[in-house]
Design a protein around this ligand. Structure first.
Ligand code: NAD
Ligand code: MG
Length: 394
C-alpha cells in the first residue's frame, strides 16, 4: 500500500489522478490533498477519499474550509493553510508518491521538496522543471528520488526508452525524439484573424480537456516549447535532437528514433488517465479506466512541420534552451504573466509572444545554479513582463 499526496487535487490532472486512485484502493491510500481556493471540490474529494490532511493555500478560504470540516463527518481531517503547508504534506513520512499537479511556478517549492525528500515524484507541473532545470534534476539524483513524467508526451517517450532506463540520463542508442503536438485550436486559423481570438476560443482545445493556463499554452504552442525544454532535461538531449511534429489526431503521444532506424511510438486515446496510471503502477501496469483505442475509427494519421511564424512562442522556447542559464526561467515567468493578462482580456492573443520576446531581450543567460538565482530571475522576469504590458497599453 502506497501513500499519495496530490498537489493541485482540484485541477484537471488532480481529478484524473483521483479517478485512477479510486480504481485501486488496495494499492493507494490518499494521505493529503491540496487546493488553491476551490473548497467545494476539495470538500467532495475529502468525502470520497478521506485523506489525513487537506491544504487550502488561500488563507481566507482555509478558515471557511476548516469550519465546514469541523461541522461534518470529516472532523478528523487536519486542515492546513498557506503555501508552506504544501511542503509539509509533500514530505510527510507516510507519503511515498507525490503527484505534482499545481499549475505554474507556484508548484516549484513543494515539488522540489518532494524530490529532495526522495519521494516518487509524478511530475505534471512542467513549469517547475523548466524554471529550475539543473537544480531540480540534481535534487532528484542526490536524493535518489524516482522521477516519473506525467506529461503525456514525456510519459510516452519514457515508455519508448530501453528497459531499465531512468530519467535524467541519456539513452545512448536513442538519436532523436519526435515530440508530437496537436497544433491546438488555431492550427488553421488565418494569421490575420489571430489577434482577435478570445480566451474562450483559445481554451477550447480540440483534443484535450485541460486547465485554462495550459490550454492557452497549447493555442500559442508555448506548451510544446515548455515540453521541448522539459524533454531536454528529462532525457538529457540537445534541443537539436528534438523534432516537434504536429499530429492533429493526438493518438501517437511521441516517438523515439534509434540508431538502427527503429522508431518506437506510444499510442492511445487522448486521456491523461493513461500516463497517470502508467506512472502510478510503474514498473507494473494497471487499469486506468481509459477505453481501448479503436484503430479503425482513427483510420489515418497526419504529420506536419510546425510553422514558427504562426507559433513564435515555440521559436522563443528553442532560443531560451539554447541560450541556457536563467533564460528558460525568464521564458516561463514572462509567459505566465502574459497568459494571465490574456485570460483577463488585458492583451491580445498575439501579444503573448511579443511580451515574452521583449521580456527575454532584457536578460542575459546568467547562471541558474541555485534556487536563489532562479527565484530572483523569476521575479525580475515577471516585473519585466508587466512593464512590457504597460507599454503595450500606453
Ligand atoms: P488546473 O488549472 O486545472 O489545476 C491547477 C491546480 O493547481 C488546482 O488544483 C489549483 O487549486 C492549484 N493551484 C493553482 N494555483 C495555485 C497556487 N498559487 N498555489 C497552490 N495551488 C495552486 O491545471 P491542470 O490542467 O490540472 O494542470 C496542472 C499542471 O499539469 C500544469 O503544470 C500543466 O502544465 C500540467 N499538465 C496538465 C495536463 C492536462 O491535461 N491538464 C497535461 C499535461 C501537463
Ligand atoms: Mg503534454
Amino acid at each position: 500500500m502506497k501513500g499519495i499526496c496530490i498537489l493541485g487535487a482540484t485541477g484537471s490532472i488532480g481529478v484524473s489522478t483521483l479517478d485512477v486512485v479510486a480504481r485501486h484502493p488496495d494499492q493507494y491510500k490518499v494521505v493529503a490533498l491540496t487546493a488553491n481556493g476551490n473548497i467545494d471540490v476539495l470538500y467532495e474529494q475529502c468525502l470520497a477519499h478521506r485523506p489525513e490532511y487537506a491544504v487550502v493555500v488561500t488563507e481566507s478560504k482555509a478558515e471557511e474550509f476548516r469550519q465546514r470540516i469541523a461541522a461534518s463527518p470529516l472532523a478528523e481531517i487536519k486542515v492546513l493553510a498557506g503555501a508552506e503547508a504544501l511542503i509539509e504534506v509533500a514530505t510527510l513520512d507516510n507519503v511515498d508518491a507525490v503527484m505534482a499537479a499545481i499549475v505554474g511556478a507556484a508548484g516549484l517549492l513543494p515539488s522540489l521538496a518532494a524530490a529532495k525528500a526522495g519521494k516518487t515524484v509524478l511530475l505534471a507541473n512542467k513549469e517547475a522543471l523548466v524554471m529550475s532545470g539543473q537544480i531540480f534534476m540534481r535534487a532528484v539524483s542526490d536524493s535518489g528520488a524516482v522521477l516519473l513524467p506525467i506529461d503525456s508526451e514525456h510519459n510516452a517517450i519514457f515508455q519508448c526508452m530501453p528497459a531499465g532506463y531512468t530519467p535524467g540520463h541519456s539513452a545512448k542508442q536513442a538519436r532523436r525524439i519526435l515530440l508530437t503536438a496537436s497544433g491546438g485550436p488555431f492550427r488553421k486559423t488565418p494569421l490575420e484573424l489571430l489577434p482577435n481570438m478570445t480566451p474562450d476560443q483559445a481554451v477550447a482545445h480540440p483534443k484535450w480537456d485541460m486547465g485554462r493556463k495550459i490550454s492557452v499554452d497549447s493555442a500559442t504552442m508555448m506548451n510544446k516549447g515548455l515540453e521541448l525544454i522539459e524533454a531536454c532535461l528529462l532525457f538529457n538531449m540537445d534541443p537539436d535532437q528534438i523534432q516537434v511534429v504536429i499530429h492533429p489526431q493526438s493518438i501517437i503521444h511521441s516517438m523515439v528514433d534509434y540508431v538502427d532506424g527503429s522508431v518506437l511510438a506510444q499510442m492511445g486515446n487522448p486521456d491523461m488517465r493513461t500516463p497517470i496510471a502508467h506512472a502510478m503502477a510503474w514498473p507494473e501496469r494497471f487499469d486506468s479506466g481509459v477505453a481501448p483505442l479503436d484503430i479503425f475509427e482513427v483510420g489515418h494519421m497526419d504529420f506536419e512541420k510546425p510553422d514558427l511564424q504562426r507559433f513564435p512562442c515555440l521559436r522563443l522556447a528553442y532560443e531560451a534552451i539554447k541560450a541556457g542559464g536563467i533564460m528558460p526561467t525568464v521564458l516561463n515567468a514572462a509567459n505566465e504573466i502574459a497568459v494571465e493578462a490574456f485570460l483577463n482580456e488585458e492583451v491580445k492573443f498575439t501579444d503573448i509572444a511579443i511580451i515574452i520576446e521583449r521580456s527575454m531581450a532584457q536578460f542575459t543567460p546568467d547562471s541558474a545554479d541555485s534556487l536563489e538565482l532562479v527565484l530572483r530571475a523569476d521575479s525580475r522576469a515577471r516585473q519585466a513582463a508587466k512593464s512590457v504590458i504597460e507599454g503595450l497599453a500606453a
